[in-house]
Write a protein that binds this ligand. Structure first.
Ligand code: C2E
Ligand code: CA
Ligand code: CA
Length: 614
């Protein structure tokens, strides 16, 4: 709801304030009172600061954001002039009162607000801040006088996000990077709620032609008008909006209704966009094509990003201004390999490669003590490409070397940042193929990065797959010994799928065995798997190795593995791989958990469950 209100438009706010105010004055019908209460609670949590002020400075309404901004207690009835911020305007610093007197020009249409974009205001507590200021007049029948509507939108966070590349500089909407982050969060939490989720891609048809007809300035204005229109609809239809490319938008519906409702919303959006022509007297008539993807019709939640895009392409096939629902396809991932091979070379410089972290939990204490870094590739057109497609491609093209350096640099830098910010130390594992490790510069680069960022080498663990490690034993032993020489620890990944003989296992300088997911998948049903897993744990322990089980998806599996003496657990039951800031959230929870001496706490999405819950 909070995020939704972030997009609430001040124009709508004015209408809501006015309705709510009128309704509050005339508490006649029960449902009106109900509506008014709902509207007031909406306004009270809005991040936009809002106020309704009489000419004699009596406060008629002030929401929490405004009382915080002005540093005025919300029980105050009357404002004094110095409560209001001064405004920097046209090179002058004006008192708020003078600004209203000298600069404020009410709009012709009383429903609309005058807009002062990126104004600088001087607040008592927070100093100078950049805001969007909206002013309007409304009439109080009771007082028979006009009241001033003031809406102030703090732009600091928005400007920060634009600077850090999370928002589009034209529309100020969160961009593709942010869309992808939010989508990943949605995916990682979906298994907890299992509600209906939908994504919609909107593309203004033939906008390149429109742009050349209108010229850049007018085209920008048109895109802003489209943004404005979709934003207004977001309030009623509960979706988040993202600006992907110039004429392409993405909507995420975290709690979607039926497919019919989605089509209806698509229709409303298309009609609204087409009507802009009349409303804005724009020189161009616009149509929009829409691709829809929803669970379960289009597949799993993790498929939706791709499906929404495919659906848009399909919608276009039938002409302009269509909407199309992407259907689940059984033939998965028919990617054009040579095109991907080309695109992957640019994935780092275009910031399409991101690192996700999956927590690893101590089986006895149920605390996060480590994490595995896993690479994600967000393709600009195809959406998320799974690692089992892109890692082999990277290996084939040799790009894996560059990607590996990127991974090392990101992970080590992240460890350094966590240390600076006082997070408790965790070990981070990173995956490396033998091809990477055998590259002449891999080990030296790793050592160099550890030194540069002053990161303890034993806080990094390198995971190599068992089968790869076994391919050329002699060479491998000497490489792994050099790798251990940097101080990092080693883990044998996918253990149980290769052909490690006992003698190799006793000689390999690994500290950890990671039991392959395939044994864990059918652990409960298959007695053989249970015996194998039990045996691996015993053998590993006999060789002084820690045991990690990956792919732990249920409480029962977690319990059984703990009984078997497995040291660490990793899997969707605890958390999916998550973006860095979510990982941080989990680490923060752990810290507060420690500080609270492990008092009871409720499970929240992505939370690590305490021992007594298992
Ligand atoms: P892996 O090293 O065996 O990584 C574990 C995989 O299991 C990850 O898939 C993880 O998301 C998934 N997983 C973890 N817990 C569960 C669970 O409870 N249920 C299910 N169904 N899956 C679970 P992901 O991220 O798709 O990675 C696939 C493989 O891609 C990795 O397998 C690894 O071999 C490779 N990979 C990923 N990132 C990198 C990288 O940065 N470098 C290299 N060389 N390989 C990477
Ligand atoms: Ca791994
Ligand atoms: Ca594995």
């Amino acid at each position: 709801m909070h995020q939704l209100l972030l997009y609430a438009l001040p124009i709508l706010s004015l209408v809501i304030i006015a309705i709510a105010y009128v309704v509050k004055q005339h508490r006649t019908k029960a449902h009106l009172v109900d509506t008014s209460q709902r509207l007031f609670s909406l306004l009270s949590i809005s991040q936009d600061a809002m106020m309704l002020l009489d000419s004699d400075n009596t406060i008629h309404y002030m929401n929490d954001a405004m009382s915080h901004l002005l540093h005025v207690n919300d029980t105050r009835k009357i404002l004094i002039d110095s409560d209001m911020p001064n405004i920097h305007y046209k090179g002058q610093l004006k008192r708020f009162k003078d600004f209203i007197k000298e600069e404020y020009v009410p709009m012709q249409d009383p429903k609309e607000l005058s807009y002062y974009p990126q104004a600088q205001i001087e607040t008592r507590r927070q100093g100078k801040i950049t805001v969007d200021l909206y002013l309007g007049k409304t009439y109080s029948p009771e007082k028979r006088s006009e009241q001033l509507v003031i809406v102030i939108r703090d732009l600091r966070e928005t400007l920060r996000q634009i600077a850090s590349g999370e928002r589009d500089p034209l529309t100020h909407l969160p961009n593709r990077t942010k869309a992808y982050q939010d989508y990943q969060i949605l995916c990682s939490k979906h298994h907890l709620k299992q509600g209906k989720v939908a994504l919609m891609t909107i593309s203004i048809d033939d906008f390149l032609i429109t742009q050349s007809l209108l010229g850049h300035e007018q085209a920008d204005k048109t895109i802003l008008a489209v943004t404005h229109a979709i934003k207004q609809l977001s309030l009623l239809h509960t979706f988040h909006i993202y600006h992907l490319t110039y004429a392409n938008f993405l909507l995420i519906f975290p709690e979607a209704q039926s497919t019919e409702d989605l089509f209806q919303t698509a229709q409303i959006i298309q009609n609204t966009i087409s009507r802009l022509y009349e409303e804005h007297k724009s020189a161009a008539y616009l149509t929009a094509s829409i691709g829809i993807a929803t669970t379960p019709e289009s597949g799993a939640v993790t498929d939706l990003f791709n499906k929404a895009h495919e659906a848009l392409i399909d919608a276009r096939k039938y002409g302009i201004g269509n909407a199309h629902l992407g259907k689940e396809t059984k033939v998965n991932h028919s990617f054009d390999e040579s095109a991907l091979q080309h695109d992957i070379q640019y994935s780092i410089e275009r910031k399409e490669l991101v690192i996700y972290y999956q927590p690893i939990i101590d089986a006895r204490t149920r605390k996060v003590t480590a994490a595995e870094a896993l690479m994600r590739w967000m393709h600009p057109e195809l959406g998320l490409i799974p690692p089992f497609i892109f890692i082999p491609l990277m290996e084939k093209t040799g790009f894996i070397i560059e990607a590996g350096r990127f991974l090392i640099q990101e992970v080590i830098h992240q460890q350094a940042k966590w240390k600076v910010f006082g997070f408790e130390a965790i070990t981070v594992s990173l995956n490396a193929s033998m091809r990477e490790i055998e590259h002449p510069e891999y080990i030296s680069y790793l050592a160099e990065q550890l030194k540069e960022h002053k990161v303890r080498p034993n806080s990094i663990k390198v995971e190599i797959t068992e089968s790869l490690a076994m391919s050329n034993a002699e060479k491998m032993f000497s490489t792994l010994a050099r790798l251990r020489g940097t101080g990092v620890t080693l883990s044998l990944d996918d253990f149980g799928t290769g052909y490690t003989s006992f003698s190799y296992l006793t000689n390999i300088p690994a500290n950890t065995l990671k039991i392959d997911k395939s044994f864990i998948d059918n652990l409960l049903e298959d007695e053989k798997s249970q015996q194998v897993v039990h045996a691996i744990i015993e053998v590993g322990h006999a060789l002084d190795m820690d045991i990690v089980a990956e792919g732990v998806e249920t409480v029962k599996v977690a319990q059984l593995l703990t009984e078997f003496g497995c040291d660490y657990l990793q899997g969707y039951y605890f958390s999916k791989p998550v973006p860095v800031f979510e990982m941080q959230g989990q680490l923060r929870q752990r810290r507060s958990l420690n500080e609270e001496h492990e008092t009871s706490r409720k499970g929240t999405p992505g939370d690590i469950l305490p021992l007594h819950n298992l």
